[in-house]
Design a protein around this ligand. Structure first.
Ligand code: AMP
Ligand code: GLY
Length: 427
């Protein structure tokens, strides 16, 4: 059996989890990570190329004879990394720029959903501030104002009054706090209900739902404080019953995959659907063109299947032949962030206890924002680590995850103590 070299693009805990899993495949000779972090350096070889350096990534993949490239974050996908690799004859997992628009352009996603009758929040799209303001001023209920472009997870503002919505519009369209991402805005009705996210592998035509996972977006215990990239996650998610998943497949995934194909943008890769369970059924909040982070850190450790085979089946259009197995145990992941995250993270803190946490049974320590400085590991961005525990139940997985967190120290370490509690309170 000939073995492949694999390149993982990105530098977060999601990419550490991808690299770690790929490194266990008997079909993988070696894993590279660009640019990676101090954790990926344990399971892969880091390559000092940034995620936006598409020419250099193509050159590296060609020169190093990379058999499969896997892209973690949305930015290079929206910038066309897949198109570039494909034109160079290189195998790569992820959607083309045209298909990644489903995440990169919320106005496009909304129009596509409308045309395909996909249930989603009612919305209006504006590219002129005066029009947006005039519309918002007539509304006295809650609204959500979204920058249409990519804004690193910060471009969504939930507003409880029209005054707040006007401030949000000013931030995006007048002060241009999100740059070009805010030149078009989507103004949505405020939906109520528990959130659920669904991940599906798609090879252009075949749809394969992964086991369920759910994240915690707010910074503080009890779901208070600012929205973040995600402070923790658990899998499976009890709210995603098989009935809910069947509805999402029938009413969201099948029509949207058809609509993308009809639009000349067949989808290949993983599609993440963020939904709200409203009294009127599940409605789409957003699509992401990649694995969730930290959802990947609870899904991948539960995958009892060769990840290289799974990703290759997507790239080769052979998903219909796949029968993925899952570990029956639950997984819970707790994100350890820097003090001041998300607004002003204090970085450069020395991290200790990583090895003793890693040696615990049923614990994975995934690095997010870390780097090695001589023989020390120091924090280098807002989210620093994602500590995942596995257990027979959500409660025992939570216990394992926090036993790992307790072993790790760095100044100002910030984490929630209630990760996965909403999994047990909703059943
Ligand atoms: P998004 O990036 O679009 O998923 O938005 C980030 C978060 O904002 C979501 O996870 C929800 O918590 C919240 N949100 C987005 N859209 C809505 C909506 N229409 N109604 C209520 N909350 C929303
Ligand atoms: N955890 C949310 C996201 O990855 O977008």
């Amino acid at each position: 059996m000939s073995k492949s070299k694999v390149l993982v693009v990105g530098s977060g805990a999601r990419e550490h989890a991808l690299a770690e899993k790929l490194a266990t495949s008997p079909k993988v000779e070696r894993v590279f990570c660009a640019p990676g972090n101090a954790g990926t350096a344990i399971v892969a070889e880091n390559v000092p190329i940034g995620i936006d350096e598409l020419d250099k990534l193509v050159q590296f993949a060609k020169a190093s004879n990379i058999g499969l490239t896997v892209v973690g974050p949305e930015a290079p996908l929206c910038a066309g990394i897949v198109d570039r690799f494909q034109s160079a004859g290189l195998r790569i997992f992820g959607p083309t720029a045209a298909a990644a628009r489903i995440e990169g352009d919320k106005a496009y996603a909304k129009r596509l959903m409308r045309a395909a009758y996909v249930p989603t929040a009612e919305a209006r799209i504006f590219d002129r501030y005066a029009d947006a303001r005039a519309y918002v001023a007539t509304r006295d209920d809650g609204l959500v104002v979204k920058a249409a472009g990519l804004a690193a997870g910060k471009g969504v503002i939930v507003c409880s009054s029209s005054a707040e919505a006007i401030l949000a519009l000013e931030q995006m369209m007048v002060k241009r706090e999100f740059g070009d991402a805010g030149s078009t805005v989507v103004v949505e009705e405020l939906l109520q209900g528990p959130e659920v996210s669904v991940h599906a592998l798609i090879d252009g035509r075949t749809i394969y739902l992964l086991d369920s996972a759910q994240d915690h977006k707010r910074l503080g215990d009890g779901d208070i404080g600012p929205n973040t990239g995600g402070m923790g996650a658990y899998s499976p998610a009890p709210v995603a019953t098989s009935e809910v998943l069947a509805i999402v497949e029938r009413d969201v995934l099948v029509p949207i995959v058809d609509a993308l194909r009809g639009d000349g943008a067949p989808y290949g890769g993983i599609l993440y659907v963020g939904l709200m369970m409203t009294p009127g059924g599940p409605k789409v909040l957003e699509f992401n063109c990649r694995f969730g982070d930290p959802e990947a850190e609870v899904l991948l450790p539960r995958l009892n299947y060769d990840l290289f085979d799974v990703l290759s089946a997507v790239v080769d259009g052979k998903l219909a032949d796949m029968e993925i197995q899952w570990d029956s145990r639950a997984a819970v992941s707790v994100v350890m962030a820097s003090e001041g995250y998300p607004a002003k993270p204090q970085i450069g803190k020395v991290i200790s206890g990583l090895d003793s946490a890693r040696r615990l049974p049923d614990v994975h320590v995934y690095h997010a924002g870390t780097k090695r400085v001589e023989n020390l590991v120091v924090s280098s961005s807002g989210r620093v680590l994602a500590v995942t525990g596995l257990g027979e139940t959500i409660q025992s997985a939570k216990k394992a995850a926090y036993s790992g967190v307790e072993k790790i120290q760095f100044e100002g370490a910030t984490f929630r103590r209630d990760i996965a509690d909403k999994a047990t309170s909703c059943i």
